[in-house]
Design a protein around this ligand. Structure first.
Ligand SMILES: [Fe+2]
Ligand SMILES: [Fe+2]
Length: 297
């Protein structure tokens, strides 16, 4: 298997997509797991499909690699560079810190990520119509695979959203999940995720994008933390593994990504799934209307 996706995919770059006024689109991929779990023909199919779609930004919600090795990050970077050249927000996942090299895990866990992908682990991306805040939810010193969000990161969100125009979509991206998946696999969500969710409600967050669970689903904060803002929930969109053989639950051996279409009035999510005969194709869509009940603070 080729380690560097660019060896195979370098001819597949696409032109920049143009944004239409008011509505913008985000390609949401996750859990690439470059390294042994990568399924190369699926990665190629994703590049092919992305070249046919129109979107204004790419969000990658963590686990770019399997073991945080430099060559795996280089391959993941090459893959991402084969996507259309639009603004990109990337955050690390728990597989993007060393697992077995204890000294590096404790002392400098994100060294390879910072050197190859991005020195900023909590990036902010501003688009016409949206402010997207990425949060590093990895916890290499306190958990093996689970994560955490620190209080200072919630303040970081508040600072970023304070500059957002009133109707801008406020989007948070984190690798780990703030609420359990609506199935029976019993993955526990992050410690203190209720604290984070309540702060997100206060900040008028419209949407949370995540990965880690290796299966696609849509949830809503009201299902888990009704709190005091009961007429305004946050839409939670999880992405499965887009390019690896690590799918779980009903997405075992499946690969998925999301295409989000957002404007002042609605958030529409289309799930895409890979099939051997047809490549990535849309399999379902969901639309949520933004302006009802409380408005952004
Ligand atoms: Fe993962
Ligand atoms: Fe993960």
């Amino acid at each position: 298997m080729a380690t560097r996706a660019s060896d195979v995919l370098s001819e597949r770059r696409s032109p920049v997509c143009k944004q239409e006024s008011g509505r913008f689109q985000i390609l949401h991929i996750s859990d690439l797991h470059f390294g042994p779990p990568l399924v190369l023909n699926v990665a190629e199919a994703l590049i092919d499909c992305a070249s046919q779609l129109r979107f204004d930004a790419v969000v990658v919600s963590g686990d770019l690699t399997q073991r945080a090795r430099r060559e795996q990050f280089l391959a993941a970077r090459d893959f991402m560079q084969c996507l259309p050249e639009v603004p990109r927000l990337v955050i690390p996942g728990n597989h993007d810190v060393p697992l077995y090299h204890l000294a590096r895990r404790l002392l400098d866990p994100h060294r390879n990520y910072r050197e190859v992908i991005d020195s900023d682990l909590n990036p902010v991306l501003t688009l016409p119509g949206a402010v997207i805040v990425g949060l590093d939810s990895t916890a290499p010193r306190s958990a093996i695979s689970n994560g955490c969000i620190h209080a200072w990161q919630l303040d970081h969100c508040a600072e970023a959203f304070a500059k957002a125009p009133p109707h801008a979509a406020r989007i948070v991206v984190a690798h780990h999940h703030f609420a359990p998946a609506p199935d029976y696999l019993r993955d526990s969500s992050m410690p203190r995720s209720k604290r984070a969710m309540m702060r997100f409600v206060e900040l008028g967050v419209d949407l949370i994008l995540g990965g880690h669970l290796h299966r696609t689903y849509i949830g809503n904060s009201l299902d888990f933390y009704p709190g005091t803002h009961r007429d305004r929930g946050i839409v939670i969109v999880q992405c499965g593994t887009s390019t690896s053989g690590r799918g779980r639950g009903r997405e075992q051996q499946k690969n998925t990504f999301n295409l989000l279409s957002i404007d002042k009035t609605s958030i529409k999510i289309t799930h895409y799934m890979f099939f051997h005969q047809s490549g990535f194709v849309p399999t379902s869509s969901h639309e949520f209307f933004r302006e009802h009940g409380d408005t952004n603070p």
